[in-house]
Write a protein that binds this ligand. Structure first.
Ligand code: ADP
Ligand code: MG
Length: 687
């Protein structure tokens, strides 16, 4: 067999960019355009404009000050312009010899000495002018624009672009969407008289068509996975009257909030059905999600099944474990059932014991970290899996959990929990195959956390404040930012803070918690803080601050400008859990310029102004895009390329209505449509 021909560098780059099929090429849209259809006279040009001119070279020399450069003067008959090239080849110098006629384009700067252009592109004058705008595509260094342009136009000519929208479905939309082929042909080669603004803000009907196509594909894919799931079986777990969950509620020292009761009912309805639940429980930090999970667990246990709860870190898992043991074990013990505990750092013997309890069904509830989904873990009858802080687990882990739990061809019910509320548009798009329950109310008696912005230079005042809190018997968190590039740097920073706080607060126990500490040491530090002996806890392990110490009334966040808004909000939620007035101080460092950037400041101000997690999530979405919410890097969920959830809500609603109709009435069109957009890879957050 002859060997396959080796791929050239641009061919490899094309594949790497996912541009394999004709349709992929056709859907690779320009970032922007350049207008090479016109030759402008310098006399008519404006400062800052990107122009194309034709001119004669009148001077060409190398200057050495302020740095080595080729300085060329050209004259187009209406005015002159000085071109500067800082990197140049002898061949270019030759092409720019005095007397040459050239066609050049670049950005015009009006200097003191007349027009100037820095490294314009140029070629010999003459030849036809293009009749369409020149597209500039997103690309990589090994894939030149010209090569990519040709490949795209080839793909566009060959691709099957026949309509997959059922007839009449876009009639209600304004503006009227263009036909797909027409839209793509236009976006790759727009006529020069188009309003560039409508291309840039993507309001042009050609863009609208592509967004509608993309959103519909996304909805179809999610609806399909939702329907696939609906065809699966799960154990039906109807709540018994006067059952275990009622006993649990009766034993609690508090009453559930109305919101907790409502989401509890939503979950109970899912559990009672023989279709696997796939529900996200979202609620602000401190809204009381854990007890809701415990109630669901009680229902499953009461029906004779097991339940697993998985948390992303050992500290969080342990905290859940303690809480759940406290709530459930008194009720389970008389039935001969237990709560088991699984983590990576566990001693062999203890682990073996736990595994045995899980395998024989005596462990009605299993709490732990990733250890819960490891191979040796064999559940006897698992019916419900709860994943806390679900966005911190990858798709692979969620799939593993599901695979692990299948019992007699029955899938477990899945309850995911998150303190980062998903804005509505995201819930409707990326999470369309999830049912969502929201706790929109905090338990009573919480005092709102007062948030203050304070410049790092005023640290002394902050320390004074810490002293006064400690004097009232309160405790304090001090959070240092995580600098992803350098854990070592984190550590230096946190250690220094730890030392200086210790020195400033004699007689106070100041602890340090960071990501590289061994687990037993972490646990010991947490224990001292939870029990109230430790006054101040300095921590880098932002996530593990996911603890519940109601006596903590002040949180100081150092370099707050380096955190995401949702992250700050979650951190802040660690205080204000008791009845005492609580505060969060966002220390910001002004940086070298002596001033905090405008956006950084407005972000931090937003934190001080609102304590509404949804509002904060919405602003975070605006600032940072959906990746943050999806944990996209680990989930591998394809992000929307063309549609923008912030502006395309209307198209999104349309796609949501269209998808079920299309799957029901035009299944072949639906399949062709999804295939066109996703090819083989439509694994949209299926786990
Ligand atoms: P989160 O939603 O952030 O996980 P938790 O489940 O940790 O919140 O609950 C925060 C605290 O509020 C816990 O100490 C919990 O016991 C308590 N709590 C939960 N629900 C109520 C309620 N209805 N009334 C009073 N306290 C509650
Ligand atoms: Mg929680």
């Amino acid at each position: 067999m002859p060997a396959a021909p080796a791929l050239s560098a641009p061919q490899k780059a094309l594949l790497k960019m996912g541009l394999a099929r004709d349709i992929d090429l056709a859907l690779h849209l320009p970032l922007r355009y350049e207008d090479e259809t016109r030759i402008v006279k310098l006399r008519d040009a404006r400062e800052g404009e990107s122009v194309q001119i034709e001119a004669t070279v009148t001077a060409c020399e190398i200057a050495y000050r302020p740095r080595r450069q080729l300085v060329v003067t050209v004259d187009d008959g209406s005015d002159t312009c000085v071109l500067r090239f800082f990197n140049f080849y002898p061949s270019q110098q030759k092409a720019l010899a005095v007397g040459s006629r050239i066609r050049l384009r670049g950005e015009l700067k009006g200097g003191f000495l007349g027009w100037q252009m820095a490294h314009p592109t140029f070629r010999p004058a003459g030849g036809d002018l293009p009749t369409a705008l020149t597209p500039i595509y997103p690309t990589v260094a090994t894939l030149p624009q010209a090569y990519l342009r040709k490949a795209v136009l080839g793909g566009l000519a060959r691709a099957d672009l026949s309509d997959t929208f059922p007839p009449g479905v876009t009639q209600a939309l304004r503006p009227h969407l263009w036909d797909l082929r027409e839209a793509l042909a236009f976006l790759h080669q727009p006529a020069p008289d188009v309003s560039l603004a409508t291309l840039e803000d993507r309001t042009h009907p050609a863009w609208q068509r592509l967004k509608a196509e993309e959103l519909l594909a996304q909805q179809l894919s999610q609806l399909e996975s939702k329907r696939e799931r609906a065809a699966l079986r799960a154990p039906a777990l109807p709540a018994k009257p006067d059952g275990l969950h009622e006993q649990l509620l009766a034993a609690l020292p508090f009453q559930l909030t109305a919101a907790q009761r409502r989401v509890g009912d939503e979950i109970a309805r899912d559990l009672a059905r023989s279709v696997p639940m796939h529900r996200l429980l979202q609620g602000d930090v401190g809204s009381g999600k854990t007890i809701v999970a415990a109630i669901a667990a009680a229902v499953a246990i009461d029906a004779g099944w097991q339940c697993a709860l998985m948390a992303p870190t050992e500290i969080l898992a342990e905290q859940h474990f303690r809480k759940l043991i406290g709530w459930l074990e008194p009720l389970l013990a008389p039935r001969g059932l237990r709560v088991a505990w699984l983590t990576g750092s566990q001693k062999k013997k203890e682990r073996a014991e736990m595994l045995a309890l899980i395998a024989n069904g005596e462990a009605a509830l299993v709490v732990g970290t990733h250890a819960v989904i490891q191979e040796q873990v064999q559940f006897k009858r698992l019916a419900l899996a709860v994943i806390d802080e679900q966005h911190r687990f990858g798709v692979a882990q969620r799939l593993a959990l599901r695979a692990k739990m299948t019992h007699d061809e029955q899938e477990p019910h899945l309850l995911m929990m998150s303190a980062t509320p998903i804005p509505r548009t995201l819930a409707m798009s990326y999470y369309a195959d999830l049912d969502v329950s929201t706790i929109d109310e905090l338990p009573p008696g919480r005092t709102p956390v007062v948030t203050k912005l304070i410049a790092d230079a005023r640290r002394d005042e902050v320390i004074e404040r810490i002293r006064s809190q400690l004097a009232q018997g309160r405790q304090v968190y001090w959070v240092c930012p995580l600098i992803e590039e350098s854990e070592a740097l984190d550590l230096t920073n946190a250690t220094a803070t730890h030392e200086s706080l210790g020195a400033a607060l004699p007689g106070v126990m100041v602890g340090l918690l960071h990501s590289r500490m061994p687990v037993p040491e972490k646990r010991a530090v947490m224990q001292l803080f939870t029990s109230g002996q430790m006054g101040v806890l300095v921590s880098t392990t932002v996530i593990e601050v996911g603890v519940d110490v109601p006596n903590a009334s002040l949180m100081v966040i150092e370099h707050a400008e380096r955190f995401g808004l949702s992250q700050l909000h979650q951190l802040r939620g660690r205080v204000g859990r008791g009845a005492a007035a609580s505060a969060c101080i966002l220390l910001f460092s002004a940086g070298d310029s002596g001033r905090l950037g405008e956006t950084a400041r407005s972000r931090l101000k937003a934190m001080a102004q609102t304590s509404d997690g949804f509002e904060i999530a919405r602003r975070d979405l605006e600032i940072r895009g959906p990746g943050e919410f999806l944990g996209a890097r680990q989930s591998g969920a394809p992000l929307l390329r063309f549609a923008d959830l912030a502006t395309d809500g209307e198209l999104l609603s349309w796609a949501r209505e269209m998808a079920p109709m299309m799957l029901d009435r035009h299944p072949q069109l639906a399949e062709r449509h999804a295939g066109r957009w996703f090819g083989g890879k439509s694994d949209y957050l299926k786990a």
